[in-house]
Design a binder for this molecule. Structure first.
Ligand code: SF4
Length: 748
């Protein structure tokens, strides 16, 4: 319940990016207004730091374009309808499709904001299970899927991510990531700039490898340009030198890491001299990088977005971890480490997981494997428009705008128009939701509580953080969890409360009985009596905290965490530095890290076959770029973040500008790929390497039928995903190539 004080200070974490900075908000509850948002100096993680996006919660809460009633599409546009009517219609139409054509005839896309909303995330996962369709797409399968696969192969779980311990390392190599702008991805580290400054003050070194001299590269000791898509060549060369110069030193990892000799064999054909042309990095530079890395007391190689969204993304994601392991910089301070979440999802399990199922289910058109119940977004449109009788006929989007976020958005938009029925759970009438038959609006951040569930598993220090609800929910909206249960209930003809009971039973089974946690010895029946009867995510959070590694074991008098105790702490709770956790944490069938699986060995052959041709490519290729005021496509309608000069510009190197006849002052250019053609303002700059051009993503507003007045007028930009070719993928994961799309550029 929200208390009735008129103006007061509340503390929450920022739900916009993984850093989860601590915020201090002045709010007037009577007026339903946020008066100010500032950084919380007392927050042990962020210590007062915030970026401009910290203002987003207020701007979203007050946005006049936000949808506040269920909407139904008519021939004349959208009309408001009642909740009963909307939910009945959604349940009925989805049920009809499922009954007539099976569960796989319903596709879904879950957008990135879901991961920043604890309740939405838990209940979306449950809803997807209940739906039972293997056509499940999400924001993670745009840019993270190769890492999920690599983690599944190496650690037995796609969600066990090793995190770079950037605060305690001496030598940090960053590949395909720009943490000064992103504040970390699969790395939650507020105020990366201050952390890097402190690191260098202590004599630490930072090397950035990227096709663009990014903001992070500017702050680093050295920057190496690398040709987009060639990271796997570089990393195999790294491994080659480690073996050649006897620098392999895994230390205690040797006890449970198998296959080191096989890695040596695979790396044999990738000497630095043999990959220099493909990568654009000289053999000398590669060798010196390897020597510096290997001789540093604590070193860590961190790879992110760019390493996943390329032709050999899975191999690259795997090799990042292999390099850290071979040099002994894994599961020890200053290297790659695993966080320990207070909610227990990163605890050792009593029974290991079976081997990753690869290709048991495949997409209908291209036969791309479904892994961990996820399907890559590259096949989303074709599963709707080209799968014949087996096609997707109904579709659900949850807080996602895939027309701006996934490859070949134009084809996807046309495919959505062929659906029998589409529902969007969203707060905006945007480029995607305008295709929906029904839009169900949800509450926004300040109208529900939150817990940094996902980011406590990627945090650079262990932490727990609860954020209270600030305002009463708008009476015409529903929480994600409520409406997902209501839709599923209508599809199955049962009360939503029954589904919620099933959800609780599943959580009890998952989170009790973990070795060395507070819930190890407790039965579901005992715990059921100790937690609240109030439905929704908070009692599930209480269950996880109390059963978790820091929990009170459901004993009110014991020390240890419960939701009640955590809610009394206004800032993040620091639970200490990351600690070594292997081999106990491993969930592979043999409880070991098996370095080389057959699929990776086979893909190395594909890499080798590509090696010599790679360096001879002379076409221009497109990469993306992260911007401080953006979070994918979801903050563009917020005035505080949209003001300023147009940001959606193409970066082009002076040599390439001259080649296409573009003056040094820049100007309008036409950029074209196999899938699309755009006109965009170009900026000539040597921050991008020759042969590469860069466009940010998430733009392309001003489309008829949308209601995004700020985005459309202040920062419309162009949709770079019209150029992203859905046929260009990393073969192992099916992830689209977003770093290295072949394009032609001409003066418009
Ligand atoms: S860095 Fe991320 S979490 Fe911190 S204020 Fe900015 S958007 Fe919010």
């Amino acid at each position: 319940m929200v208390e009735a004080n008129p103006i007061e200070t509340v503390h929450r974490s920022c739900p916009i990016c993984e850093a989860s900075c601590g915020l201090k908000l002045e709010v007037d509850r009577n007026a339903n207004k946020v008066l100010s948002i500032r950084g919380d100096e007392a927050d042990p993680r962020s210590q007062g730091y915030v970026c401009p996006k910290s203002q987003a919660m207020k701007a979203i809460h007050e946005d006049p374009d936000r949808i506040r009633h269920p909407l139904r599409r008519t021939e004349d546009g959208f009309e408001e309808i009642s909740w009963e009517e909307a939910l009945d219609e959604v349940g009925k139409r989805l049920k009809e499709i499922r009954d007539a054509h099976g569960p796989d005839a319903i596709g879904s896309y879950i957008g990135n904001p879901t991961g920043h909303n604890f309740g939405a995330m838990l209940y979306t996962a449950f809803f997807m299970e209940a739906l039972g369709s293997y056509r499940a797409f999400n924001g993670g399968s745009v840019d993270q899927f190769p890492k999920n696969i690599s983690c599944s192969l190496l650690y037995g779980d796609p969600w066990l991510f090793p995190i770079p311990d950037i605060d305690r390392t001496d030598f940090l190599v960053i590949l395909g990531a720009n943490p000064l702008v992103s504040q970390g991805s699969l790395l939650s580290a507020p105020n990366t700039k201050a952390r890097f400054h402190a690191h260098r003050e202590k004599g630490g070194k930072i090397i950035v490898i990227d096709p663009r001299r990014t903001e992070t590269a500017e702050a680093a000791d050295a920057h190496l340009f690398i040709k987009p898509g060639s990271d796997a060549f570089l990393l195999f060369a790294f491994v080659h030198v480690l073996f050649e110069e006897n620098l392999v030193a895994p230390g205690r990892l040797e006890e449970f890491v198998h296959g080191i000799d096989r890695v040596r064999e695979l790396a044999e054909p990738f000497a630095p001299e043999q990959v220099a042309e493909a990568t654009g990095i000289s053999a000398d530079a590669i060798r010196s990088l390897v020597r510096d890395f290997s001789t540093a007391e604590h070193a860590v190689l961190y790879g992110r977005f760019g390493t996943c969204t390329q032709e050999f993304g899975t191999l690259t994601s795997w090799l990042v971890d292999v390099v850290n392991m071979l040099t002994g910089n894994f599961d020890r301070p200053g290297g790659l480490m695993f966080a320990r979440a207070a909610t227990g999802q990163t605890e050792p399990v009593a029974v290991p997981n079976p081997e990753m199922a690869y290709g048991e289910n495949r997409s209908a058109v291209r036969g791309v494997p479904v892994i961990d119940k996820q399907m890559p977004v590259a096949v989303m449109a074709e599963e709707i428009d080209s799968a014949g009788e087996d096609r997707v006929r109904g579709f659900i989007t949850i807080a996602g705008n895939p027309i701006l976020s996934t490859p070949n958005g134009e084809r996807l938009g046309k495919a959505f128009e062929q659906l029998d029925f589409m529902v969007a759970i969203d707060i905006y009438l945007n480029e995607t939701t305008r295709h929906a038959d029904i839009i169900l609006p949800t509450t926004t951040h300040l109208e529900h509580s939150n817990y940094d569930f996902l980011f406590s598993t990627t945090s650079v220090r262990n932490m727990a953080r609860f954020s209270p609800q600030v305002f009463e929910a708008d009476p015409n909206t529903r929480h994600h969890w409520q409406l997902l249960l209501e839709v599923a209930a209508r599809m199955n003809g049962i009360p939503w409360e029954t589904l919620d009971d099933m959800m609780l039973a599943g959580m009890l089974a998952t989170f009790l009985g973990k070795p060395d946690t507070a819930g190890e010895e407790l039965s579901p029946e005992q715990v059921r009596e100790k937690i609240s009867d109030e439905r929704g995510p908070e009692r599930l959070l209480d269950l996880m905290l109390r059963a978790g590694p820091h929990g009170d074991g459901f004993d009110d008098d014991a020390e240890g965490l419960s939701l009640k105790k955590l809610a009394e702490i206004p800032h993040a709770l620091d639970l200490g530095p990351l600690e070594p956790r292997l081999p106990a944490l491993l969930r592979t069938p043999n409880r070991c890290i098996n370095l080389v699986s057959p699929m990776l060995a086979k893909d190395t052959e594909r890499l080798l076959a590509a090696r010599d041709g790679y360096g001879r490519r002379n076409e221009l290729v497109l990469v993306g770029r992260r911007q401080l005021n953006n979070m994918n496509s979801w903050l563009h309608n917020l005035k505080p973040l949209a003001k300023g000069k147009a940001r959606c510009t193409l970066l082009i190197h002076p040599i390439d500008a001259e080649r296409v006849g573009l003056p040094a002052a820049g100007g309008l250019v036409c950029i074209q790929s196999r899938t699309g053609k755009l006109e965009v303002q170009a900026e000539v700059s040597d921050e991008i390497m020759p042969g590469v051009v860069s466009l940010p993503h998430g733009y392309g507003h001003g489309v008829k039928g949308t209601k995004l007045s700020v985005a459309s007028s202040l920062q419309p930009g162009v949709n770079t995903n019209l150029l992203a070719d859905e046929m260009l993928i990393d073969e192992l994961s099916g992830t689209s190539v977003l770093c290295g799309i072949p394009v032609q550029v001409s003066v418009a």
